[in-house]
Design a protein around this ligand. Structure first.
Ligand SMILES: [Zn+2]
Ligand SMILES: [Zn+2]
Length: 182
């Protein structure tokens, strides 16, 4: 998990910083069957209230292909800056107030990036992830994955176009009815 102990950084003056590099760090994601890996540089900067995290990451979530449902790893760039607030002031021990949607450094001074990376990743996910651009999908009749093997239903005419073809035919004949050569 992309986690940092910031106990000493919290005792440093404002502006002090640390750098770290994530390398295929798995995130703790609250979804069954979903996994994601994060890589890239992270900078932790002491602020007046806590620690500012600046990150430029490359995440590789595993998603289901929208056409053939095969688990598929895609790659997305993410960049963010978010401030984390400690539960208690590191010097005085006084509890620090924060909004419910602010990120917190826990009682053991651990700053965990899983939640923030997950949120930014969710916002960046494609609506229809594909295993490849020209994924052939599943046969609507028998469910065969058409990337792996053809099936006998493939040659059947696609119903939705039938109506359009008839309409085009009618328009063509109406046109020629009214035309000079009719
Ligand atoms: Zn696919
Ligand atoms: Zn089929």
């Amino acid at each position: 998990m992309p986690q940092f102990n910031v106990a000493t950084l919290l005792h440093d003056p404002v502006g002090a910083s640390r750098r770290a590099l994530l390398e295929d760090e798995p995130l703790a994601v609250p979804l069954a069957g979903y996994s994601t890996l994060a890589s890239g540089p992270v900078e932790l900067i002491r602020t007046g209230r806590g620690v500012l995290v600046r990150a430029r990451l490359r995440v590789r979530p595993t998603l289901e292909c929208a056409r053939c449902l095969t688990p598929t790893s895609i790659e997305l760039p993410l960049a963010f800056a978010e401030e984390y607030v400690p539960l208690r002031d590191p010097v005085t021990g006084v509890p620090v107030q924060a909004d419910p949607d602010e990120f917190r450094i826990d009682a053991q001074h651990q700053l965990d990036l899983s939640e923030v990376v997950w949120q930014y990743e969710q916002a960046a996910l494609p609506l229809r992830p594909l295993c490849r651009e020209d994924c052939a999908g599943l046969c609507p009749v028998c469910g065969q994955n058409l990337n792996a093997r053809r099936c006998e239903h493939e040659a059947e005419p696609a119903e939705p176009w039938q109506g359009l073809a008839e309409l085009a035919e009618r328009l063509r004949s109406e046109e020629s009815d009214g035309g000079p050569e009719a």
